[in-house]
Design a protein around this ligand. Structure first.
Ligand code: AVJ
Length: 319
């Protein structure tokens, strides 16, 4: 690889690394360009994709209990949200905090600039008085910089099963990052998808309308657009599979034929054997006892678990 190629930026580098590796992989954070953001909005509205609905139910029915511990501190605080997205669930908290005239600032963080821009506009119209500071960054990047740190305690939200995008090992690394700055008696609220009937889980990643398929294939579209690629996206098959032991739902793009793809911007081609997969995403599920172990080994003290009526999803509050 010539040094010129290293200058293309992180997406180019990660694609280069991922497609050169064996087995091939691509980081799931690159799903979220403007087309991917729209597809994810459609995924959240799918009947099969229970995660968003269940977490919304938890917020709608238990927002007072969720906020009680941080409000009991009796002082001004920061509400920090990693991977804020459309903020739909958080708006339930914001509405309540506004109604009780709580003193706080909101720091939504997202890797997608287009998502943040939309969030900013919708917050401005729904909560004109609210102090909002948007941060465009990755989870780790934002946790290292901690731009929200003004000496006040924080309630850090990490919702939507976003932690599920990491393997167990990586999840502990994220928790380490969370802990480093948690020096003001901070709370974290983590949304975690629970282990359940494997069919229910698989269906959520293999919806009947094929939106999740398009979402996965959008990675290849994005490579074509941004790295001047010639990939025939229809020569790849969306293949999610769920392992009930690890709780990992893993998504792949499987090349249906032997082929070579060319990425002009990288001045590189990549060969695929017939049925060679690209690993694109992990969506890990936990049991409640695994979550307790996660807290303990991660150095957090569980405060309270909030679950929906069917025990599909949990929002766990730790300190
Ligand atoms: C946004 C990471 C929580 O893993 O369930 C949805 C993304 N991928 N359908 C998830 C996703 C396929 C989602 N997270």
């Amino acid at each position: 690889m010539s040094s010129k190629n290293l200058d293309f930026g992180t997406f180019a580098q990660d694609v280069m690394l991922g497609l050169s590796a064996s087995p091939k992989s691509l980081p799931s954070k690159y799903f979220y360009n403007s087309k991917g953001d729209k597809l994810f909005q459609q995924i959240m509205a799918l009947p099969e994709y229970y995660l968003t609905k269940k977490e919304f139910e938890i917020f709608e029915t238990q927002y007072e209990s969720i906020l009680e511990p941080v409000l009991n501190l009796g002082q001004s605080f920061n509400l920090v949200e990693l991977g804020a997205g459309d903020g739909l669930k958080t708006k339930i908290l914001l509405k309540y905090l506004k109604d009780i005239k709580a003193d706080f600032q909101y720091f939504p963080i997202d890797f997608s600039g287009s998502v943040l821009q939309e969030l900013k506009e919708s917050l401005h119209s729904d909560f004109p008085e609210l102090s909002v500071t948007c941060i465009e960054d990755t989870y780790r990047g934002s946790l290292v910089k901690r731009l929200w740190d003004n000496g006040k305690p924080n309630l850090i939200l990490f919702l939507g099963s976003n932690l599920g995008n990491f393997s167990l090992k990586e999840a502990y690394d994220i928790l380490d990052h969370l802990k480093i700055g948690a020096t003001h008696g901070d709370f974290v609220l983590i949304g975690i998808d629970l282990k359940k009937d494997p069919q229910t889980i698989l269906d959520a990643y293999h919806d009947s309308k094929g939106i999740t398929r398009d979402f996965n294939l959008n990675l290849l579209d994005r490579i074509n657009q941004e790295l001047d690629g010639d990939i025939d996206v229809n020569s790849f098959k969306h293949w999610p599979c769920y392992d009930p032991v690890s709780g990992e739902c893993r998504s792949y793009l499987v090349s249906l034929q032997e082929q070579t793809i060319n990425l002009k911007a990288l001045d590189q081609s990549f060969h695929f054997e017939a049925f060679e997969p690209i690993f694109t995403e992990i969506s890990k599920k936990y049991s409640l006892s695994e979550i307790d172990r996660l807290a303990e080994k991660g150095g957090f003290v569980p405060v309270q678990n909030f679950t929906d009526s069917e025990n599909y999803f949990a929002d766990v509050l730790w300190r």
